[in-house]
Design a protein around this ligand. Structure first.
Ligand code: ATR
Length: 291
């Protein structure tokens, strides 16, 4: 974006370690350009011991905001001045907004997950949702659903069942929406899906090069189920292909990726994000194998 940098240019960044494969610089720089903002977005590798110094630079350089990625999403919290209520519940931050030196943390993994649904015309309020996996992504998604009163059923393989139970207990206690965790097996999956309106795969199963795998037998998919896969490479996982074939509505991981960025963009700039352009950039990167 050097053709349009000036003395007035503002700088946003993603900080993490590693960050070199991030698609956020391409996505945000294209968005700034599209709406004619003299802003630039860079990826900065920040090691754990330099996190506090990096956050102080956000204030010192008067940056409008940053994204925070692995491994800093939790450790950044005590370095901020405040948290948005959903980020506080989740206990993890991926977006920071700087207003005159006051830094507030948000979790747009969670709000982006929800926006990707509503922007696809899906309103999950008051229903129940099955979430496969209990890692970092599952945490944001479980809180996002429970916070909108969609009762999560978290299914995880036996080796990670304890992790899933801890997550479910925290979500129940913090949101007041009953959240349960069960072992991921055919019987539990069948029962949980019978009562659910939305199914989310928050594991890496189905991700390239593992593209022929899915945790859900095709015969359990039905037309009145919304199927959301956080995997974005390939854009259409086996789970999404089989969901489509069953007549279900589908949402791809690309939408979650784009919407977590779009919500952050909105928070920093106060402007409507050019989501189509952002999605186009991500799709181009994916089609070129640039990840
Ligand atoms: P992220 O932070 O992206 O969510 P993660 O923390 O590695 O990534 O979590 C991935 C989740 O997918 C975990 O719950 C993991 O199960 P464990 O908790 O037992 O580790 C789950 N997962 C990964 N590979 C899986 C597989 N082949 N079958 C079932 N679950 C799997």
């Amino acid at each position: 974006m050097t053709d349009r940098l000036s003395g007035k240019s503002k700088t946003c960044a993603v900080i993490g370690d590693p960050v070199e494969h991030s698609m956020s610089p391409a996505m945000h720089n294209a968005a700034f350009k599209e709406i004619g903002l003299d802003w630039v977005y860079v990826a900065l590798r920040v090691r754990a011991e330099k996190l506090a110094a990096a956050i102080e630079r956000v204030r010192a350089f008067d940056m409008p905001g940053i994204n925070v990625t692995i491994p800093h999403k939790i450790q950044v919290i005590p370095l901020l001045d405040g948290l948005n209520p959903l980020a506080e519940k989740i206990g993890a931050v991926n977006t920071v907004v700087n207003e005159n030196g006051v830094l507030t943390g948000f979790n747009t993994d969670a709000s982006g997950f929800l926006r990707a649904l509503t922007e696809n015309g899906i309103r999950p309020e008051g229903t129940s949702g099955v979430i496969l996996g209990a890692g970092g992504a599952s945490r944001a998604i479980s809180f996002a659903l429970a916070n909108t009163r969609v009762a999560p059923v978290i299914l995880n393989r036996a080796s990670g069942l304890e992790r899933a139970k801890q997550l479910a207990a925290t979500v129940s206690k913090t949101t007041g929406t009953e959240t349960i965790a069960l072992e991921l097996n055919r019987g539990n999956l069948t029962d949980a899906l019978k009562k659910a309106d939305i199914l989310v795969n928050s594991t890496s199963v189905g991700m390239s090069p593992d593209t022929e795998n899915s945790l859900v037998p095709a015969e359990l998919l039905r037309p009145d189920l919304v199927v959301y896969d956080i995997v974005y490479n390939p854009v259409k996982t086996r789970l999404l292909r089989e969901a489509e074939a069953a007549g279900a509505a589908t949402v791809s991981g690309v939408d979650m990726l784009v919407w977590q960025g779009a919500v952050a963009f909105e928070l920093w700039t106060g402007k409507k994000p050019p989501v189509d352009i952002m999605k186009k950039v991500v799709m181009k990167h994916l089609s070129e194998g640039n990840i």
